[in-house]
Unconditional design. Sequence first.
Length: 93
Amino acid sequence: MNYLHSELDLRKGDVVVVKLDSQANVLLMDQPNFDAYLKSTSYRYFGGHAETSPVRLVAPRSGRWHVVVDLGGYAGTVKASVQVKARQGRPVG
């Protein structure tokens, strides 16, 4: 399984901005769902197939989150960058 991965500590409402150079699946998952993703079992996520960039995903709750970018098993490559923008009124860092 080929994928790009970033692990982030997010607060509820933080916005994860993912920039892509081609279409791909962009998934935001908590730890249990990321573990299931790695095992190729049923998992839940926020996001999905992105045809345009950038992709913006909002953290539904505070905690450790995983951003995964993959091609869904199709051949090819993708480059991605991940940035966190704090929810309004909270500084990043």
